[in-house]
Ligand binder design. Sequence first.
Ligand SMILES: Cc1ncc(COP(=O)(O)O)c(C=O)c1O
Length: 416
Amino acid sequence: MASLDLAFVRSNFPAFGLPDYEGQSFFENAGGSFACRQTIDALHRYYTHTKVQPYARYGPSASAGEQMDSSRARWADALGVAVDEVQFGPSTSMNTYVVAKAFGELLGPGDEIIVTNQDHEANSGAIRRMAAATGATLKEWRVDPATGLLDPDRFRALLSEKTRVVSFPHCSNIVGQENPVAELTAAARSVGARTIVDGVSFAPHGLPDVAALGADIYLFSLYKVYSVHQGLMVTRNGILDELPNQGHVFNAGLASKRLTPAGPDHAQEASAGAVLDYVEATAAHHGVQTSTLREAAAATSALWQEHEHEMATPVLELLAGHEGVRLIGPAESVSPNLHRCPTIAFVPRAKTSAEVASELVARGIMCGNGDFYAGRLLEGVDVDLTHGVVRISWVHYTDQADIDRLLGALHEVLDR
Ligand SMILES: Cc1ncc(COP(=O)(O)O)c(C=O)c1O
């Protein structure tokens, strides 16, 4: 397969042509990505032509409803699942909150729930609160304090026939290492436990085959995947029928509404699928023959990951080998089958994280510092929460010039 054509990629992101970003490189993608042209055009089109209540008989309304249905169907195809298994909600935090509430109506004393301390607060807090409210026992699968990694053997040791729900991230927003989701969901399934997987920090780096991952619930945030500000949730393996309805009473029978009580954001749902045009165009541009959207998503994801890996190698080498820095997370992937996402966090030894982040920003590196809502993880790897980490995160549209600017800035800031 050809390698990723960055000129083609960047021509699909209007932000790269704007004076607003001139002389700077964007390294806060884990917070939210730029939107691709297809997403921006779709939103503009919806607001211009079909900004009416959808699903009525008149033309613009019917068209609005069709666009919403199409987004859902196309995302289902891209993720390798059925249409009724895809739901949109206001955000991943909100989707997780509703899921936790629904599980809370089923669980009680004697039941066990497993969460990790590698999670973003969004995936952990609501489930922990639900455990406390129901009297279920909460077990924490803890990261290795030296590496920030989760050990699957420790997970297996926590599982029992009482385990009802397990929640873990596909990838942490600090550590950057993809977890072996299929292996973990199979282990949970073997004791009859349901799985909730937070894919937010992974999906921007590859649109997963969710059926193959085996998760009962898989969530991610479209605004980090070049799309609109919505959360996408996949519910599989009959879990939707098992969980009590959280929506309006008259919507109990509607798969798209049982776990999404908020009224839909019509324009964003209608535009959510447009990013998949970009994904298909990327596969086609690189000469990949695909007959399904799932195949296009897989091919494009492979191109993205290969490029990200190439860009990451010198940065990870620099940070892992620099005596003035503690890199959080691995310098290279723990397995050839798992992606080491370029979400890279480090603690400077001679300066504070805030000082280093400010000095990087002054050199055109758009990045930040703090706990990034992963305070439990930072405590788990013994990072002082008052200072937190510096985080540099990128995606497939980051090019060699961005990486050169980053390497130059890191040398200047860390070597002085
Ligand atoms: C790993 C991870 N999970 C969950 C979330 C929450 O997503 P949302 O902002 O859609 O609620 C974030 C947001 O940054 C995240 O990084």
